[in-house]
Design a protein around this ligand. Sequence first.
Ligand code: IPE
Ligand code: IPE
Ligand code: MG
Ligand code: MG
Ligand code: MG
Length: 306
Amino acid sequence: MPLDKMKRVVFPKEWSLQVYLEQSKREVEARLSQLPLLSSRHTPAGEAMRYALATPGKRFRALMVIATADIFEKGSDAVVMGAALAVESIHLASLILDDLPCMDDASLRRGQPTLHTRVGEADAILAAMALVAEAHHQLRGDLAQRRSEMKKLNRMSQVLTHAYSLDGLSGGQSDDLQDRPDLDLAALELIHAKKTGTLFTASVELACIWCGARAREQEQLVSYAKNLGLAFQIKDDLLDREDSKQTGKDSAKDTHKTTFVSLLGAKACHELYSELMEAALAQLKPLGDGARHIRELTHAIWHRLN
Ligand code: IPE
Ligand code: IPE
Ligand code: MG
Ligand code: MG
Ligand code: MG
C-alpha cells in the first residue's frame, strides 16, 4: 500500500508520553522497512539500502518532526510522516558516508558491521545517494493528491535541501575532515551546527511549515533545536570515549581530532551538555502543554546512553 494511503494512529490523550514515543518509533520503523518504494529495490544498492534502514537507529530526528507537529495536533498527518522519513533517510545517508574509509573508516555502526564492510564501498555510496533521492520522494508524497499544498511542500523541500547542503551537513562534514589543530570553540561550534545541528533544525522547521506555526513559535523551536543539536554532538564526542559495546560504534575515533572534549575536558563538557539541554527545554516553556511530546523526546535524547 502506498505510504500516503496508510492512516496514522491518532494517540489518545491518556496514553503515557513514553508509550507515545515507543509507538511513534515503531511506526517510523515499520515505514522505513518498506523503503524504497521503487521497483528496482532488489538491485545490490537497493539491498544495501534496506540493510542500512533495518539497523537499529534511535530515530530521534524522525521523532522530532512528529513531536513538533504534535504541538499543533498534526502529528498524525501523512505529510508529517513523509517529512519524518525524509530526515531519517538523509541522516542515514550521512552515516553511511561518514563511515567510509575516506572519512572516519569505521567498522561498527548501530552494533553491526558498517555498510561498506558488508556490501563494498560502491554499493554503500550508491545506497547513500539513493537514500537522498528517497528522502525527497517521501517528503513530496503523492503530488497529484497534494496539489493544493504545493506552496508548503516547496518550502519544505527547500528546508530539506538546505539541511544537507554545503551550508549544512555536507559543508560541516567537509570542515570536520580538515586537520586543523588551531580550531577554537567558536569555530568548532560552527562545524557542529552545520554537520549535526542543521538536520535537527530542519526537523522542527519542516513540521512548523506544515502546521502553519506562528513566526514566534517557529523561532522558539528553531532556537530549541540549535541548542539541542550542539548538545547532541558534544554528547556524541563524549560517547566516543565509552565502550563500543555500549555505543554500538567504534570507540576512540576522535582521539586525533579537536573536539569540545579535547578543548574543555570531559567534566566541563558534561556541564555544558546539561546547560544546553536546559536551554533547549526553556525554549519549549512558552509552548505550554502542547509541547509535552517534544519535552518527553528531549528527556529521552538528554539521557541517551548510545
Ligand atoms: C549519530 O547520530 C551521528 C551524529 C550526528 C552525532 P545518532 O546518535 O542519532 O545515530 P543513530 O541514528 O541513532 O544511529
Ligand atoms: C558525524 O559525526 C555526524 C554526521 C553528520 C554523520 P561523527 O563522525 O562523530 O558521528 P559518529 O560518531 O560516527 O556517529
Ligand atoms: Mg565523522
Ligand atoms: Mg563518524
Ligand atoms: Mg562521533
